[in-house]
Write a protein that binds this ligand. Sequence first.
Ligand SMILES: Cc1cc2nc3c(=O)[nH]c(=O)nc-3n(C[C@H](O)[C@H](O)[C@H](O)COP(=O)(O)O)c2cc1C
Length: 219
Amino acid sequence: MIHKIKRAIRQSSSTCFFQIVTTIRITDKELLGKIGEISGGTMRLAQAPELWLFCLDFTKLLRTTDLKLPIPFDLFFAGINDTSICCQSALVAAESQGLSCVIVGGIKRSLSELCALLNLPQGVAPVVGLCLGYGDPEFFEQQKPRMPESWTFMENTYQDNFNEVELDSYNQEMFDYYVSRKTNNKGQTWSEAAQEMLAKQPKVSALIELYKKQGISFE
Ligand SMILES: Cc1cc2nc3c(=O)[nH]c(=O)nc-3n(C[C@H](O)[C@H](O)[C@H](O)COP(=O)(O)O)c2cc1C
């Protein structure tokens, strides 16, 4: 299983074939516990069987081409795309073999501590994590309902199909989902939940400063 997931990651598309993604597989329980702690504590990271961290990694390019630190923003952007593609490739490979996954962006909450914990040099920075393992059927939920398809799929030109009638209906559907799900249930519509999450978002400038420390330029 692990071999197939690794292969899916390693054969993922790569911007300009730069191959700027490194995956760090966290299997050490103590380390996992520490990462869980610095990532906010509320996440159940520490209980995950393992966590795969997808990092942008320019060290190979820095040593083989005339690329110099700090890494230009466009390459950082390419790295964000590539790490996300690798993460989703891993998720599909894992879930197609019967495993369960959770993508974790919260690992960026304490980026400096995480970089120190993993000895990440300049030119390397974590972007996203993936918890994976055998899911406990006791906690399996119904699939989370998505927005109306006509809001998010268009053809040839932008079509703004958003409307209040469908919004009310979607909010009701999400309310029913949130209220009845087995864990972390709450009496909220999608709009309310989104608003609450927005209020909790860390300031973007904080993330920029943290990535700058790893050698990324935002000029
Ligand atoms: C980039 C990214 C970061 C995410 N970070 C977190 C996270 O930190 N914690 C978490 O519980 N879920 C996280 N998720 C999972 C989403 O909340 C989840 O995919 C969404 O609620 C839809 O649920 P579903 O994937 O079960 O359909 C993340 C998803 C993405 C794509």
